[in-house]
Design a protein around this ligand. Structure first.
Ligand code: AMP
Ligand code: GLY
Length: 420
């Protein structure tokens, strides 16, 4: 069968690699893809927001299954359009994608379905947001408050403000960091304390199958300092959640969420991502994403032993509860190599060396291109993603770090404390 993957980052490279390794797959196309992805898929120059063109491409190239990597196409309704045309596609409908596209909507959804989350207020203007700071919900002037742009902002629309003065500054500066459209509505939240876990699952509308739990390191700097990024590294380790914690998340968060989606008329089919904070008061949901994470996907898919096509078909046919998805035991670790200037203004065009020397880890390309001499060069903020597996987290990490030390490009930055 032929597959179309939508997206162009390290996540999509990992998804294309998983499909191209399937004995059931003939051709893998990737729109847009990148220079590294073109080693495992045929890249086609269509952007994720060109929904009609993507549907036309799938229809005229005998694509049997389309898999959407990122939120942009989902929020624009790619799934509704494909389904209208009878094209098979993995992902939630536009209505379900609101769970990610609007944080204000998703907080109200959590409230309607009693999903444990941080106390919050949705504000329609900066003035209303500032006024909410004084109503006592977020403690006193010295209490931390989390300020979020409601709309999609590629991970850059959240500020954890240490006190009320910083919160006011964050509210007033939100449009400039997240964009006017995303900051049109503002969500204020109580600041939760605990360990963060990303729990991602396949969902078929009614049932779900969990992927291994992951942790993402979102800040650019070591020891979680500096600005937020799309993610600088991840690892999977089943020990991130105890069996009791997993049960609690299933009962208190996952089941009410899937039931709520059905009740509200948008059964969730696709990949559902829970950003969890494990607080002393139990697990709380920070956010939903309606797709897999980047770079969580890279750490997860290297452990998937079941054919991804089989999993996708089970999702589409509502048979997830009937298949036994197998994961490689142990752990995995992923470290992002970013360009100089990331996350603000990454430099492009630096020649990448040493890729061929990496033998024991997998290198996924996040933002690469070829120069006239045919060499790989940097062409995005996150450039490469190095993923390794191991029996223990230490083993996976040490392989990933040993292998990535063979790679170099001018200005390369990475965190040395992933998984620590
Ligand atoms: P989000 O995009 O909503 O997941 O937020 C991005 C990051 O901001 C999260 O991964 C957390 O590290 C942090 N964050 C978001 N909401 C809260 C909260 N209510 N309390 C503490 N930290 C938060
Ligand atoms: N790595 C976080 C995300 O994909 O949202």
């Amino acid at each position: 069968m032929n597959i179309l993957v939508v997206g162009s980052g390290g996540r999509e490279h990992a998804i294309c690699a998983a499909f191209s390794g399937s004995s059931r797959v003939g051709k893998v196309y990737c729109a847009n893809g990148n220079a590294g992805i073109s080693q495992v898929a045929e890249c086609v120059p269509i952007n994720p927001d060109e929904i009609q063109k993507l549907a036309n491409f799938a229809a005229s190239n005998a694509v049997d299954l389309t898999f959407v990597g990122g939120e942009t196409s989902l929020a624009l309704g790619i799934v509704d359009e494909f389904e209208k045309r009878g094209l098979r596609i993995i992902g939630p409908t536009k209505a379900a994608a609101e769970l990610e596209a609007s944080k204000a909507f998703s907080k109200d959804f959590m409230a309607r379905h009693a999903v444990p989350t941080a106390r919050y207020r949705n504000a329609d203007s900066t003035r209303a947001a500032v006024a909410f700071l004084n109503d006592g919900v977020f403690g006193d002037a010295h209490s931390p408050v989390v300020v979020k742009a409601s709309g999609l902002a590629a991970g850059k629309g959240v500020v954890v403000a240490a006190n009320r003065i910083e919160a006011v500054e964050a509210i007033q500066g939100l449009a400039s960091i997240a964009g006017e459209a995303a900051a049109d509505r503002i969500v204020l939240e109580e600041c939760l304390i605990g360990k963060e876990v990303s729990l991602i699952m396949f969902a078929d509308g009614e049932d779900f199958a969990l992927m291994p739990p992951t942790r993402d390191h979102k800040r650019i700097g070591e020891s979680e300092t500096g600005p937020n990024t799309g993610g600088m590294g991840t690892f999977t380790d089943d020990a991130l959640l105890s069996p009791e914690q997993t049960e609690q998340v299933i009962d208190e968060i996952i089941k009410p969420t899937l039931k709520g989606c059905i009740e509200e008329g948008f059964p969730f089919r696709g990949i559902l991502f829970l950003g969890l904070m494990m607080t002393y008061d139990g697990p709380k949901l920070l956010e939903y994403n309606v797709r897999s994470g980047d770079p969580e996907t890279q750490s997860i898919l290297v452990r998937l032993e079941t054919d991804l096509v089989d999993v996708c078909e089970a999702m589409l046919d509502g048979r997830l509860s009937k298949i036994d998805i197998k994961w490689k035991p142990g752990c995995s670790a992923t470290v992002v190599l970013a360009a100089e200037g990331y996350p603000y203004s990454p430099r492009k065009g630096d020649v990448i060396r040493g890729l061929a020397d990496v033998t024991e880890a997998i290198v996924f390309h996040a933002g690469t291109a070829r120069n006239e001499a045919g060499e790989f060069v940097t062409s995005g903020g996150r450039v490469l993603v190095v993923t390794a597996t191991g029996d223990t987290l230490d083993a996976a990490l040490s392989t990933a770090y040993r292998e990535l030390s063979k790679i170099s490009f001018e200005g390369m930055q990475f965190r040395r404390d992933i998984g620590r």
